[in-house]
Design a protein around this ligand. Sequence first.
Ligand code: NAD
Ligand code: AKB
Length: 315
Amino acid sequence: MKRIMITGSLGQIGSELALYLANIYGEENILVTDLAEKTLPDLANLAYKKLDVTDFAAFKQAAQDFAADTIMHLAAILSARGETMPQTTYKVNMNGLFNALEVARELHLQLFCPSSIGSFGPGTPMDNTPQDTLQRPETMYGVTKVSGELLCDYYYKRFGVDARGVRFPGLISWKTLPGQGTTDYAVHIYYAAIKEKSYTSYIKANTFMDMMYLPDALQAIVDLMEAPAEKLQHRNAFNVSAMSVDPEMIAASIRKFIPEFTLKYEVDPVRQQIAESWPNSLDVSAAKKEWNFKARYDLDKMTEDMLSNLRVKLG
Ligand code: NAD
Ligand code: AKB
């Protein structure tokens, strides 16, 4: 039985991952941590510890006190917010991951850390982006993500730390809003579809990025962490994705359920430039081959589920 400590648990992924893992491994085996004093009502049955991941001593103590055997390290600052505070982004993303790896090394824990399509840059092949390719990102977020991929590989090779990870695309979900990334429009558009039947996109039409519905991302985390080690040729930074979409494609999908939905544009140059430096579509064959990665939601299936959940949530 696993004992899993999650960092950055109150964000878009962690707030749902904690419950997902609790259903599989038992509520008593999940420790939720984040910067905030109080946790979310949905997570009330899980153990909670306030933790700043840049504080190594507190990080190690929390893992030791809980007798964790796994860390799922989600604490980070995302791409768009990162450009407003690059120094803090470096500190949280790099020092936080370094601490997570050191705790994992000292206490012999398994570690999950997600990278991102943000680890790629303008020189990367944009279509069917290979698993192993040029990575020269131009955001602080991207710099920390590609460095994190290398650091995780290093800790595995040098110290035998069982560090695993994926490169997530933009994740779409309805429970918790995204944390100021570049792909957030693909979540906000669904909220606006329910509330106003109209959305103004900060990303231009015809700008393609990979996306995936959160339930597929949660399943991918568990599948990768449970995969037999001998099957993994890569360990970290597996490309994963379910769809390559632009704002018009999402709008067309929404119109299948809300025919009067309209889409307008007011482009944000900062996020547009970041989006253009990221791949249009990823090659996910390594994840399929090495641990049977599979996404169950395509665009229309995800749209139907997003809209029906948001109708209830937003009244
Ligand atoms: P989020 O912004 O929604 O949540 C991040 C959480 O980290 C927040 O709850 C925040 O309070 C916490 N945090 C920030 N600084 C901290 C600190 N110093 N100590 C402890 N906690 C701190 O992010 P998310 O979308 O849940 O992303 C989680 C991970 O997944 C990140 O590494 C991110 O890069 C990666 N990822 C996310 C996406 C996506 O679309 N959501 C895509 C690719 C990769
Ligand atoms: C962001 O846009 O910053 C994130 C990501 C793809 O890493 N959603």
